[in-house]
Design a protein around this ligand. Structure first.
Ligand code: MN
Length: 226
């Protein structure tokens, strides 16, 4: 199965002034595209050749894992941006307030996590099986799927995400990124997770056969349609 570069749901120019056309064209058209091309080369004629992206992430290590996870992480990142102001659902907003105090306190904690992550990586909001929300820092290509949690939102803090616009100003980048955050995407992920129908639901398959079967069906459907 050939993996393809996701088509952005907006133009390269659409996220200005918070994210420039130049940054988007390099980030999506060069970096993200590079991971897709590399992944396809690496899995050709291997045991991973026909697997969905999520399955490859769960089963692989080394360069195949790195490139597959980077494809997933970037898809997730782009879906989480929008060139219009959005707000979280009441349900998500209640959960955030309950756990972090307020949306503003959550914003501060999330941005701090982005600023303090050492080296290249990603900052996530994820949810575990007990419905507890987590702000997670992951290095390089790692993501919450690996640790069995479900990703809800993400910010890319690799230098290539901000160097053209902000040079070394990662904090400035994070503040601008926040303006673009697509709360509809985050809220949908949260709602779907609560109903155990999240597209990215990553359960250990020995515990809950029903969910496991559902995930296999979902992955199969994804495979057939792509
Ligand atoms: Mn990136």
């Amino acid at each position: 199965m050939e993996h393809t570069l996701m088509t952005l749901p907006y133009s390269y120019k659409a996220l200005e002034p918070y994210m420039s056309e130049e940054t988007l064209s390099f980030h999506h058209g060069k970096h993200h595209a590079g991971y897709v091309a590399k992944l396809n080369t690496l899995i050709k004629d291997s045991e991973y050749a026909e697997m969905s992206l999520v399955k490859i992430i769960k089963k692989s290590t080394g360069p195949i894992f790195n490139n597959a996870a980077q494809v997933f992480n970037h898809d997730f990142f782009w879906h989480g941006l929008l060139n219009e102001e959005t707000t979280p659902s009441v349900e998500l907003s209640d959960s955030i307030e309950q756990q972090f105090g307020s949306i503003d306190a959550f914003k501060t904690a999330f941005i701090d996590a982005g600023v303090s992550l050492f080296g290249s990586g990603w900052v996530w909001l994820s949810v575990d099986q007990e419905k507890v929300l987590h702000i997670e820092q992951t290095s390089n290509a790692d993501n919450p799927i690996v640790s069995g949690r479900v990703p809800l939102m993400v910010c890319d803090v690799w230098e290539h995400a901000y160097y053209l616009d902000h040079r070394n100003g990662r904090a400035e980048y994070l503040i601008n990124w926040w303006q673009l955050l697509n709360w509809h995407f985050v809220s949908d992920n949260f709602a779907e997770q609560k109903e155990k129908r999240n597209h990215y639901y990553i359960h250990e398959c020995n515990e809950n056969t029903e969910v496991c079967d559902y995930m296999s069906d979902l992955e199969e459907a994804e495979r057939v349609s792509s």
